[in-house]
Design a protein around this ligand. Structure first.
Ligand code: ZN
Length: 270
């Protein structure tokens, strides 16, 4: 392209920018930098026969396509440790951050998700049930029992940059518990995981997304800085850290649907 034509194109692009986005910097920071999407996955695997919760399975190819989409859209994965430090004013985060989470700590996260994350330089957070490390999804006694990550799997993935946080001790439905049992689920799982990981455990994923005022109060009292629920919204700096919203990704979440959700939610004000 001739220099004059190139200059005209540059001016044209700049003019379009002014027309559609008259005040780019504030909009950029408000809509993209500080509003955080958090995704929640369970299994990354093909749906097995006679499966009770087929929606919990995201196929390996589907997962890879979703990661590619996030990269194309300019998202950078961060951990809760980074996000909480940022909220305390102690650090920075990328301009378009996202947190990928996995509930329950299934073995398929290590075999099918972790290699894809490593290959792309991405991180994630796995919420594990401290009383079932190396065990199975015993809380779903009627469902097919699936292997969960063991101590060595967790430590190997932690060394590879994956963050681990708590999904309670037994995967209990927290709002139904007595205060003593509630305290035990929260405090004991935190202590067990901290001794395994050697780093602070500060985030709780409430099993079934079930939380209540007494649950979040006890989470705070037992040392958690944040908690995650299931709600199709982004997180603003004003979002209650003990009820951070997560977008559920299921076997039916197409790349187009994920792209649309991320765009739509960025424009949604709440
Ligand atoms: Zn769970």
């Amino acid at each position: 392209m001739e220099p004059v034509a190139r200059e005209a194109t540059r001016r044209g692009v700049a003019a379009c920018g002014r027309v559609f986005n008259r005040d780019p910097e504030p909009v950029y920071y408000r809509t993209m930098s500080t509003r955080l999407p958090i995704l929640v996955y369970h299994q990354v695997d093909d749906i097995p026969p006679n499966c009770w919760y087929p929606g919990n399975y995201v196929g390996p190819a589907q997962f890879a396509a979703q990661l590619s989409l996030l990269q194309r859209l300019g998202y950078s994965t961060i951990t809760f440790a980074q996000y909480l430090a940022f909220r305390r004013g102690e650090g920075t985060i990328p301009t378009r951050p996202i947190i990928l989470t996995f509930d329950d700590g299934y073995m398929s996260v290590k075999t099918n998700a972790y290699p894809q994350l490593v290959a792309r330089g991405m991180t994630a957070t796995v919420f594990v049930v401290s009383g079932q490390v190396g065990g199975t999804n015993a809380w779903d006694s009627q469902a097919t029992q699936e292997s969960l990550l063991g101590t060595e799997d967790i430590l190997a993935m932690q060394a590879g940059g994956v963050e681990f946080q708590s999904h309670t001790h037994t995967h209990a439905r927290l709002p139904t518990l007595t205060p003593d049992a509630l305290r035990h689920e929260l405090a004991h799982s935190r202590a067990e995981l901290q001794s395994l990981l050697g780093v602070p455990v500060e985030v709780i994923s409430y099993p079934y997304g079930a939380h209540a005022p007494q649950v979040t109060a006890m989470a705070r009292e037992t040392g958690y800085q944040a908690g995650v629920i299931s709600r199709r919204r982004l997180n603003a700096p004003t979002t209650d850290p003990l009820a951070l919203r997560r977008i559920s990704i299921t076997s039916r979440t197409s790349v187009a649907r994920l792209a649309w959700d991320l765009l739509r939610l960025r424009l949604h004000r709440d």
